[in-house]
Design a protein around this ligand. Structure first.
Ligand code: BGC
Length: 901
């Protein structure tokens, strides 16, 4: 039960008199999106979801109704011919997850749309700016293109040839006036497509990683601007990528032996006619200058074979003796890529570059990140340059590469006669801070640039506070999240792993969401988790699946991630979409856990610090956690029978947990911090035992001199549980500790990202020799969400931030904190500072939302809003924990009060 006492049962919004202070301006619409992307091309949702944000300079604004109009092919929203949907005025405050309900959408067609909204007084906004989207290939029969590949076996080819990246090209003429040219392209492998020498996109690692046995993505690009009147050329390189290259430590050819692709370029002319260029066995093919290319290992590039003009129509075709071969169609479904691809997001220059005794240059970027380098230098003609990457240096300043395990993380460049090098690899990446560059001969000092790469999701959050340590932890978290937001949420970007480990993805989700817009990114990943699920409901621990290993806390992501996405983005379609798979997992666990000794915990609380939690505790706790999640989903979806049935199952799990895992004194028998956290966070014990376990947890933390000892599962829970028991100072202490295990220890030992292990490295003894020792692992960074939700105090009390709580937790010696978060409902801001006895708080709440703002005072009379004392105290909410809450509507406010906390 909420421990808040409402002085007034129906709190009226504060300062309503301030409404319309700007002559009642109408609300404005911004960020119109379809399927949560701006102007997406080639989607395949036949009833796509619309969303928008609302802005106003007035106070307490809300949406009472909206209207959407959609036209086909043109900007004409008037004629019946063009209009495919007019929602008419719909009374609703929804601003996202609004489903299209018009005429059947057609393959390949562009659509245009706009939306307007009515405010709470019935005043209508202007129409939004006109936005667009286009449909992809909705039917298999829309594809006329063939899957084509390179004939590696022609001329008795040797086995090394399969590593070489083939190039394909075709020329075509386009003489009429072009209206629109769209390229649809997919690959089993990774493609880069060029038209007339220009890449069709900045996207990298296209078309992304999926379970290729079940689904292959295609991309859609409007390439109208790249075409010229007359002869044109479409060229495509296709690397092995995840499809045929190395996956983790498993080896090559996980999905197939050779890469292949298919492409279809549709040219629509002004006169209404169209041409289609498509892949077939007339395409020219050859092995290109990329002698080998592998995501995990790296690339080898031969300037002597390269010709920058290979995708120009004017290119001499003498070298192109080969022809593509048509491959069999895969049985997997083709689907439109649903999120944002990886791109180069930033370029950074080295902080140090020096020449060492082994005749090699060592480059230090001063920070760990995922990506590659661009190298510009001059060597002797024909010389070979080797570029190696590492996260750490040995004490003799050579690269420490043991923690890369089987990943070579190395590129090789063979110069042509000119000796000029200006190069970066295309189909590989790695996590690194240091680079060594060595030539077979003399090497001029190279100019080196770091190309920082991650999935191109919108940045939505900013956080800072008065503690330099917490700010550095936050920066490290952001670097690790970005480094591991690589088409899928990965565990790490450097060693031969880089997998979508489900627990890692789950624990870091909310922190990621406060930093970037991850809805479509996680939705795509969930699809690969669903693809990994067996008919019996079983789930492995990674998605896409690479090994059939089950573990408590990992497979449970299927119940946890959709629910978290629902809370963050407020779209019930997400919950509805994954509901059957959530249920199948819970049912599977119910069968498997039948005798309660059949445990499925393989990895435990991964990376705990000498504080293990038993397999049985993990298994029972995560079973309960998934049942809780499923019940909550059932509740939100109105599935009452399921809700009741699985609630009962949850009670049964509690009986078992209390019988076997709680001793007579009411303590968890594991006596680990994480076992206590499970009991509390997953509601495994009654309220009396809860108090005992809370004390047990405090004692366990005290026993370690006020340090946590949790791994990736427990760390995600610990601060919130401490807040629930009002141990605020202890929570702040855990964040600000500097000895092992703590984030501060990592930073004091040079961390610029979050490490996999609490003790991954020490300045005294060097790297921890454990082969699982990534220095760029996001999972232990799950504390980052707490910076937003508790230090800045921005919390959703209704899914999708429709109702907000702003409640900064004062403590830890902090004197100010500042955060802004562009939620699905719009921008939320919380900036507070302490001036002696005075507490100041600036808050922004988006249109169409309401909030309760909590101030750390017990003196209601001291509260000022925008420079005036509050007139009407009846609306205040007294919180027993020494805060006073004030209900507000949208707008920006300045609060001031006498601090009693
Ligand atoms: C990964 C982890 C992952 C784990 C399973 C490791 O190798 O890097 O982050 O969750 O395996 O225990």
């Amino acid at each position: 039960m909420m421990r808040c006492l409402y002085l007034c049962l129906i709190p009226l919004l504060l300062v309503a008199s301030n409404s319309c202070r700007n002559n009642c301006e109408v609300i404005e619409i911004s960020r119109p999106r379809v399927e949560y992307r701006s102007n997406p091309q080639g989607i395949d949702q036949t009833n796509p979801r619309f969303s928008w944000e609302l802005n106003s300079t007035d106070r307490n604004k809300a949406q009472s109704a909206y209207q959407i109009v959609v036209s086909k092919d043109s900007l004409d929203f008037e004629s019946d011919d063009a209009l495919v949907w007019n929602s008419e005025k719909v009374k609703s405050n929804r601003t996202n997850g609004v489903l299209y309900q018009g005429d059947m959408l057609q393959s390949g067609k562009p659509y245009f749309w706009k939306v307007c909204a009515w405010d709470e007084e019935g005043k209508r906004s202007q129409w939004s700016k006109i936005s667009t989207w286009s449909m992809g290939m909705l039917k298999t029969s829309n594809w006329v293109a063939n899957w084509i590949g390179f004939d590696y076996h022609k001329d008795g080819g040797d086995s090394t040839r399969v590593l070489t990246v083939p190039q394909f090209r075709t020329t075509f003429s386009s003489d009429k006036v072009l209206q629109r040219a769209v390229l649809y392209i997919s690959a089993q492998g990774l493609f880069e497509a060029q038209i007339n020498g220009q890449p069709v996109t900045e996207d990298r690692f296209t078309p992304g990683w999926s379970d290729y046995n079940k689904r292959i993505y295609y991309d859609t690009y409007d390439v109208s601007n790249l075409l010229i009147k007359g002869e044109n050329c479409l060229g495509v390189e296709v690397a092995n990528g995840w499809y045929a290259g190395r996956i983790a430590d498993i080896g090559n050819r996980f999905y197939g032996d050779y890469p292949s692709f298919k492409a279809q370029l549709i040219l629509n002319y002004d006169d209404g006619s169209a041409d289609t260029i498509f892949t077939d066995d007339h395409w020219q093919a050859r092995l290109g200058p990329r002698l080998s290319s592998d995501i995990i290992h790296g690339e080898k590039f031969h300037y002597g074979i390269d010709d920058a003009n290979w995708s120009l129509a004017t290119y001499s075709e003498e070298d192109w003796t080969g022809r593509a071969i048509v491959m069999q169609d895969p049985i997997s479904e083709l689907a439109a890529y649903p999120t944002n691809h990886v791109r180069v997001q930033d370029t950074i220059k080295p902080t140090a570059l020096y020449y060492n005794s082994d005749d090699l240059y060592i480059v230090d970027f001063g920070q760990n990140f995922a990506g590659v380098t661009r190298i510009e230098t001059r060597v002797n003609g024909g010389d070979t340059v080797v570029v190696n990457y590492a996260e750490m240096l040995n004490s003799d300043s050579t690269l420490y590469r043991n923690n890369l395990r089987g990943a070579r993380c190395s590129d090789t460049i063979i110069a042509d006669e000119s000796g000029l090098i200006s190069w970066s690899p295309k189909f590989t990446y790695r996590g690194f801070r240091y680079v060594s560059i060595q030539s077979s001969g003399a090497l001029n000092e190279p100019s080196v640039t770091g190309l920082v790469m991650f999935s191109n999701n919108d940045r939505v959050g900013e956080f800072a506070c008065s503690s330099p340590l917490i700010n550095t932890i936050n920066e490290n978290i952001i670097r690790s999240i970005n480094s591991n937001m690589f088409d899928i949420p990965t565990d790490c970007p450097q060693r031969d792993e880089r997998l979508g480990w489900a627990a890692d993805a789950d624990v870091i989700l909310t922190t990621s969401a406060f930093n970037s817009d991850v809805l479509t990114f996680y939705d795509k990943w969930l699809q690969s988790l669903v693809h990994a699920q067996s008919e019996r409901g079983y789930l492995p621990s990674t998605a896409p699946v690479v090994r059939p290993i089950i573990s408590s806390g990992w497979g449970d992501a299927i119940t946890s991630v959709p629910l978290k996405l629902f809370h963050l983005y407020g779209d019930t379609n997400i919950l509805r979409g994954y509901y059957p798979e959530m249920k199948a997992w819970v049912d599977f666990l119910a069968l498997r856990t039948f005798n309660w000794f059949n445990t499925q915990s393989t990895y435990g609380d991964w990376q705990h610090y000498n504080d293990p939690t038993s397999r049985r505790t993990n298994s029972i706790a995560y079973f309960k956690h998934s049942v809780n999640n499923f019940c909550e989903a059932a509740y939100h979806l109105g599935e009452h029978n399921d809700y009741r049935k699985y609630k009962e199952l949850g009670e049964h799990i509690n009986e078992v947990f209390n019988t076997y895992q709680i001793n007579e004194a009411g303590h968890t028998i594991d006596s680990s911090q994480t076992s206590c956290l499970y009991a509390l966070a997953y509601s495994l014990v009654d309220s009396q035992t809860q108090r005992i376990v809370q004390q047990q947890l405090i004692d366990l933390i005290e026993k370690r001199d006020k340090h946590l000892s949790t791994g990736i599962l427990g760390t995600a829970l610990i601060l919130d549980e401490l807040v629930k028991m009002d141990s605020i100072e202890l929570a702040y202490q855990l964040i600000q500790n500097r000895e092992l295990p703590s984030w501060g220890y990592q930073i004091d030992n040079g961390a610029t990202t979050i490490w996999e292990k609490w003790d991954g490295y020490s300045r005294e003894t060097g790297m921890n020799p454990d082969p699982n020792n990534s220095l760029n692992h996001a999972a232990l960074g799950s504390v980052g969400q707490w910076f937003y939700t508790h230090i800045a105090g921005i919390q959703a009390t209704e899914p999708g931030f429709k109702q907000i709580r702003i409640k900064p937790l004062i403590g830890g010696g902090l004197t100010w904190a500042s955060a802004q978060y562009r939620s699905i409902a719009g921008k939320i801001e919380s900036h507070w500072k302490i001036h002696g006895d005075t507490f100041l708080l600036d808050v922004t709440i988006p249109v169409n939302t309401v909030a309760n703002v909590y101030l750390p005072t017990e003196k209601a009379k001291s509260i000022m809003v925008d420079g005036e004392f509050i007139q009407d105290n009846d609306n205040l909410i007294l919180d027993v924990k020494g805060y006073i809450g004030i209900p507000i509507g949208s707008d920006t406010y300045r609060f001031r009060c006498l601090r009693t906390k």
